[in-house]
Ligand binder design. Structure first.
Ligand code: HEC
Length: 139
């Protein structure tokens, strides 16, 4: 009797867990939605260039007057970073190391805007954002 209870309780837990997991926003979905949006924007402007992880990586490491994305996020997206100005710790950017990454579109948009301005002195274009997010989501 008690073992049967135990079994069904476990089964119940397993079902609950599976349900919870599947309701979490997947990074892949959030990223794909954003990429689709930017692609639509670019296509409307007549640009047919596909997003490129290689170009994204290049943009990530591009140094403009001593500033680059690694200034705060370090030379590896798998490592914890540190804010160049405030010294505050920044969790790793790679979703394979930090599954919470790239799961919240507002957070992504807000920080892309802010960080492109800080790093490049201007907002990133839809092409640059798409390239960077393509590369980052594969890390
Ligand atoms: C001056 C420091 C700094 C620089 C330089 C910087 N970032 Fe960030 N970045 C942050 C901080 C702080 C956060 C928000 C805290 C967090 O998400 O852990 C963040 C968050 C992000 C996020 C959100 C990730 C997510 O999971 O939602 C993205 C995307 C991002 N940065 C991209 C970039 C890109 C691209 C560059 C280069 C153009 C860059 N960052 C340069 C400090 C910086």
């Amino acid at each position: 009797m008690s073992s049967r209870y135990g079994c069904s309780r476990y089964r119940c837990l397993a079902v609950l867990c599976a349900g919870l997991l599947s309701s979490l926003p997947a990074a892949a979905d959030v990223v794909q939605d954003l990429l689709d949006e930017w692609r639509t924007e670019l296509r409307a402007a007549g640009d047919k260039t596909a997003f490129s992880a290689v170009a994204g990586r290049t943009a990530w490491y591009r140094d403009i007057a001593g500033r680059s994305c690694p200034s705060c996020h370090t030379d590896s997206p798998h490592k914890s970073g540190r804010h160049a100005r405030t010294g505050k710790v920044i969790e790793p950017m790679a979703p394979s190391t930090n599954p919470q990454r790239l799961t919240d579109r507002q957070h992504i948009n807000k920080w892309l805007k802010r960080n492109c301005k800080w790093t490049f002195g201007r907002e990133c274009t839809a092409q640059e954002k798409g390239d960077i997010l393509t590369w980052l989501s594969q890390q």
